[in-house]
Design a protein around this ligand. Structure first.
Ligand code: HEC
Length: 153
């Protein structure tokens, strides 16, 4: 009896060690690259929208809807992309304040997240005028966070 309890305890310990090892497999450098890719995808959507708003390409309702949908998803992934331990360890422009002033970082994110659904609504409305207003709100949401939390080049 005593022996089996020891066995269970040892198994639990081994399991704990294995999961720690698993967490450590995600090197900061890999996570940093991942979040930069996430940001690049957002930029893709924003660029398409910007070109329509500026008249550099014709208004396309399907493209507006796709861009809005992409941003709805990627916005919700941003917080996960900045785990503790990834403030260094790769080429990153993330400022340390993300981890020392996390509440402010979350507020900046919340501002963007409040704007994105308006983009979805504008895409459904299907007019360039509707898109214009919503686009500017979203772009400000991106810039607002970069201003405080992304290092200048
Ligand atoms: C809550 C903060 C925050 C929001 C909101 C945000 N970003 Fe970022 N973004 C960052 C930070 C921090 C970095 C630097 C990441 C790094 O280098 O590790 C970054 C980096 C980038 C980059 C450079 C990626 C690269 O390859 O190095 C682009 C492009 C970008 N963001 C676009 C956007 C767009 C477009 C939006 C809005 C739809 C947006 N971001 C919203 C914080 C934010």
């Amino acid at each position: 009896m005593k022996k089996s309890i020891t066995c269970i305890a040892l198994a639990a310990l081994a399991c704990g060690i294995a999961s720690t090892a698993l967490a450590q497999q995600r090197r900061p450098e890999a996570v940093i690259k991942e979040r930069q890719s996430l940001m690049s995808m957002q930029n893709w959507a924003l660029r398409d929208l910007s070109m329509m708003v500026k008249g550099q390409r014709p208004y396309d309702q399907a493209l507006a809807a796709r861009s809005a949908a992409l941003l709805e998803v990627t916005n919700k992934m941003i917080l996960e992309a900045f785990p503790l331990g990834t403030e260094s360890g790769g080429e990153t422009r993330a400022r340390p304040e993300i981890w020392t002033d996390t509440e402010k970082f979350k507020q900046a994110l919340a501002r963007l997240q409040a704007e994105t659904p308006k983009l979805t609504e504008a895409a459904q409305a299907g007019t360039l005028d509707a898109l214009r207003g919503a686009f500017s709100g979203v772009a400000k949401g991106c810039d607002g966070c970069h201003e405080s939390f992304r290092a200048k080049r």
